[in-house]
Design a protein around this ligand. Sequence first.
Ligand SMILES: [Zn+2]
Length: 81
Amino acid sequence: MRHGGWEMETEVHKSLENVPYPFHNGLIQNDESINLQSAKDYDSLIILRWRKRECKSCQESFDIAAEGMMYKCGVCIDERN
Ligand SMILES: [Zn+2]
């Protein structure tokens, strides 16, 4: 049923090990925000593991541990709803 699931997880783990930041609570603790395109270019397997991200709507940095969803900050998500 979950064909290939184990291999996929192993790949993600390998990617996370190569990131030069600590990994805590399921997130990469990067200190400078990363935007969606850079995250894709860096490693498409771990796009949603970065903690500090740049909002794709307003380009402001935000902390996904505190607000926001995917690559949108809390403010832009509120405006849409
Ligand atoms: Zn925003």
